[in-house]
Design a protein around this ligand. Structure first.
Ligand code: PFF
Length: 442
């Protein structure tokens, strides 16, 4: 039987974990969620949720994964010693499946934009109209989604070191530098300060349970926690590496890239007279307009969409990796075949999401399009529930001896983390969730 793989280096693990976190969540979803939910209050709640709730769970996933050195289902079965916990781990498999089914649709949009940037076809009068025409064209969205899934499967079937680690290593730093450049361009446009105010000066009347849940869901989605993806990545990590540092780096990087994306988008939205509440099309409508105002705009635009594609791919491969690792369990020699089989299934399940902006536009499930429904049941419901169970598992099922050995930090820090995952995190998730349900009903 083929042996279980490991990361080649510590840097490889951090970059892969950061690659899993940083993707559409920070670059596409964060700006449009902040834009439709009033800006600054959402931003603040997102930062609080990331540090106080997301980070302890991320650490919990790292600890559980590295300790278990196996797929999530095997780990929960072994340490949870019950079928019940094993069942909970299967939730990660299911949610990974659903997230990737709509994630790959947006991945496809990026491919469409990349091809148009290459061929100079993004220089149009009305970017909103272009976005609508691309996303409503069934042949184009399906083809683009197919190509995106193909690329994802192709990297994952290549395995941990050769596939995932190699892809993440050079792309993350480049993306970061590029975002700083873009933010500078956006901030120096006339009227940019209005956008900065929108992002940072809070209007407290917008503080509601629903905004909090959206911000919490965004923190989970963009940190990739609650679906066992980070647990799976940590399970390929050797015993020498320090987990605390890695979790803090990933969380901070993720906040920084999200805020940077906000600083790229909102100053330009206000300067160019767009609407912050544009929705999922926000970056696709605003970014090409910013590039038009830059020297060598076309060149930068191509480079940008390539980086964006890589950021999206490194997250998509993490999602597929959950499905593959739990799908094959210890039959490592089945990775290749399983990647193609599950990848094809995810593509098929994603078809209605892909068509949600065109021929299935009027079709709704509980008042939402397929695309929104898949997003809501994962980010707003699935990930908080998954995160809740993971934190209870780390807090109450694993012993102090086990977690402190894995975490390897001074006693008071371990005690603080334990307190967070036992009490603060679960209570916060339940309260925010209950506030949202209460508001939706009354
Ligand atoms: N964190 C990714 C993003 O922000 O784009 C999305 C994601 C990847 C969520 C992997 C969950 C996951 F397991």
């Amino acid at each position: 039987m083929a042996p279980r793989e490991q990361w080649a280096s510590k840097l490889g693990f951090i970059l892969a974990a950061a690659g899993s976190a940083i993707g559409l969540g920070a670059i596409w979803k964060f700006p449009y969620m902040a834009g439709t939910n009033g800006g600054s209050v959402f931003v603040l709640l997102f930062i609080i949720s990331t540090i106080a709730i997301g980070l302890p769970i991320l650490l919990a996933e790292f600890i559980i994964g590295r300790m278990g050195q196996a797929d999530a289902v095997t780990i929960f079965e072994r340490f949870g010693k019950s079928k019940w916990w094993k069942g909970i781990a299967w939730l990660g498999f299911a949610f990974g499946f659903i997230v990737l089914s709509f994630y790959s649709v947006v991945g496809g949009w990026i491919l469409s934009y990349l091809v148009r940037a290459f061929t100079g076809k993004l220089a149009v009068q009305d970017h909103g109209e272009l976005f609508a025409s691309i996303t409503s064209n069934p042949v184009e969205v399906l083809f683009a989604q197919f190509v995106f899934m193909f690329l994802t499967v192709w990297i994952v079937q290549g395995g941990i070191k050769g596939g995932i680690e190699r892809a993440s290593k050079w792309m993350m730093p480049l993306l970061f530098v590029f975002f700083i450049l873009l933010a500078i361009r956006s901030l120096t446009l006339d009227g940019a300060m209005e956008g900065v105010r929108f992002l940072f000066v809070p209007d407290w009347s917008l503080l509601t349970g629903s905004t909090f849940l959206l911000a919490l869901g965004q923190a989970f989605f963009s940190l990739s926690v609650g679906v066992t993806a980070m647990m799976t990545y940590a399970s390929y990590l050797s015993k020498e590496e320090k987990l605390g540092q890695s979790a803090i780096s990933v969380s901070i990087l993720n906040i920084v890239i999200s805020i940077l994306a906000g600083l790229v988008i909102f100053p330009a939205v206000f300067a160019l007279g767009g609407s912050p509440a544009e929705g999922p099309g926000l970056i696709f409508v605003i970014l090409p307009a910013i590039f038009e105002q830059m020297p060598f705009g076309t060149f930068f635009m191509v480079l940008f969409f390539i980086l964006m594609l890589f950021a999206t791919l490194t997250s998509a491969i993490a999602l597929l990796e959950i499905v593959i690792s739990t799908g094959i369990r210890t039959r490592y020699d089945r990775r290749r075949r399983a990647s193609w089989v599950f990848g094809s299934m995810i593509f098929i399940i994603g078809l209605p999401s892909a068509l949600s902006f065109g021929i299935l536009e009027d079709f709704s499930i509980f008042g939402n399009s397929f695309f929104d429904f898949a997003d809501i049941i994962t980010s707003r419901i699935g990930m908080p529930i998954g995160a809740l169970f993971i934190s209870l598992f780390a807090g109450f099922i694993l012993t102090n001896a086990q977690t402190s050995k894995e975490l390897a930090v001074p006693k008071p820090i371990h005690a603080l983390w334990k307190f967070l995952v036992r009490f603060l995190v679960p209570i916060a998730i339940v309260v925010i969730f209950a506030a949202w349900i209460f508001e939706s009903i009354f």
